[in-house]
Design a protein. Structure first.
Length: 252
């Protein structure tokens, strides 16, 4: 079946600009796999994009299968020896029955045909295997002035251009079905370091930005960045923000 592709056109920007998940998250997931009597043999990262989560998993699992419905995203992934990238949708996972110890979905569950995807998860997971869904919301700096500009960009300038599915991210996936035995997860910090250039790249990678540009023929990000620069300090300074991280962990 088809899929809503909001990122292929800016796949290279997406690869360069998106924040990294905390290493402690993947260490925790590996520990939970072992606690459920499965080996750290195979993890499957679905809608991998350019492989951000897959790379974190590769430090713990013998092999990682990483798939995405967008070939452009796969083409921008960084090669890692124990990661096999492939182009495949969420309702046709590239794994044999009962062959996977952990399935992960990072920042993508809200795009999936959930019933078909969950059926595939049950098919590929080993008995006692785990599924983890991960999402992060809008980050915040420690400077209220920068946050106000960013929130205005997100909600007022680009608000009408976000796909309706973005609501599920803002709700931390609480509004989506998750028909698995839930396991407790701790809170994880997800800090990110930014220069003005990298922050502009991140805003440009947003699907709402691309929709705005397509409709208006102009990019709203440089104007917002000029205002942020007034509050940034030294132009070459690096500043930190923190993302709210939402995690669901389930067992089949």
């Amino acid at each position: 079946m088809g899929f809503k592709d909001h990122f292929s056109t800016q796949a290279a920007t997406y690869a360069a600009a998106r924040p990294s998940y905390p290493p402690a998250l993947f260490a925790f997931l590996a520990d939970q796999v072992m606690a459920n009597n499965n080996a750290l043999d195979t993890a499957l990262d679905v809608a991998t994009g350019n492989g951000q989560a897959a790379t974190g998993l590769a430090k713990h699992f013998r092999q990682v299968l990483a798939c995405d419905a967008s070939q452009a995203q796969i083409d921008n992934a960084t090669p890692v020896p124990n990661i096999t990238f492939s182009c495949a949708p969420a309702d046709a996972l590239p794994a044999a029955d009962n062959s996977v110890d952990l399935v992960t979905v990072a920042q993508a569950l809200h795009w999936f045909p959930l019933d078909a995807f969950y059926g595939e998860v049950r098919r590929v997971l080993k008995p006692g295997g785990l599924i983890a869904t991960i999402a992060y919301g809008l980050h915040q700096f420690d400077d209220p002035a920068i946050d106000r500009i960013m929130n205005h960009l997100y909600s007022e300038v680009l608000g009408a251009y976000w796909p309706s599915e973005r609501f599920h991210i803002e709700q931390g996936y609480r509004s989506l079905a998750f028909p698995f035995e839930r396991l407790e997860t701790p809170q994880f910090a997800m800090p990110a370091q930014w220069t003005l250039t990298s922050l502009e790249g991140y805003f440009t990678s947003w699907s709402a930005t691309q929709r705005y540009i397509k409709q208006h023929g102009e990019n709203p990000i440089p104007k917002a960045m000029a205002t942020i620069a007034d509050h940034w300090g030294q132009p070459d300074a690096t500043r930190q923000s923190n993302f709210p991280l939402f995690i669901q962990l389930g067992r089949v």
